[in-house]
Write a protein that binds this ligand. Structure first.
Ligand code: CA2
Length: 147
């Protein structure tokens, strides 16, 4: 299986570390990307790291991952709770998908309790802060390496 991993971040995550640190912490998305690249070097994964505020761009990257990537890690941000289109795109991808949320969405407003993406994801990590991305990459590596 391909060792390419797409790590996709949805809307407003470009503001990570710049606003609402009490919910999302102090690390920026650039810090997250740096740490994920270091871990992927260790795990021998080839990381493609993206963020977009536009639903169609996330969908296009999922399409690009089809036939190219061994797995997808995705924090769909607010699209988690609204986007059947992202779910449909992920359903057209064959490899493992791990959904990440920095905050514990289940401790928050009830509209954050439902995820369309969870209907597709092999695993969901929530409330572990930005460390959740590292946990997700380790899980993807384990699933790729599984005989
Ligand atoms: O906890 C998560 O990772 C979320 O996916 C983050 C989304 C939210 O809509 C989900 O319910 C849970 C929001 C991302 C916005 O990120 C910001 C970061 C810093 C400052 C402002 C927004």
């Amino acid at each position: 299986m391909s060792r390419i991993v797409y790590l996709l971040n949805g809307p407003n995550l470009n503001l990570l570390g710049k606003r609402q640190p009490e919910i999302y912490g102090h690390e920026t998305l650039a810090d997250v990307e740096r740490d994920c690249r270091a871990l992927c070097a260790e795990l021998k994964l080839d990381l493609r790291f993206f963020q977009s505020n536009r639903e169609y761009e996330l969908i296009d990257w999922i399409h690009e991952a089809r036939g190219a990537a061994g797995g997808i890690v995705i924090n769909p941000a607010a699209f988690t709770h609204t986007s059947v289109a992202l779910l449909d795109a992920l359903n057209a991808f064959d490899g493992p998908v791990i959904e990440v949320h920095i905050s514990n969405v289940h401790k928050r407003e009830s509209f954050r309790h439902h995820s369309y993406v969870s209907l597709r994801a092999e695993g969901v990590i929530a409330g572990c802060g930005v460390q959740g991305y590292q946990l997700a990459l380790r899980r993807i590596a384990a699933l790729i390496d599984k005989p």
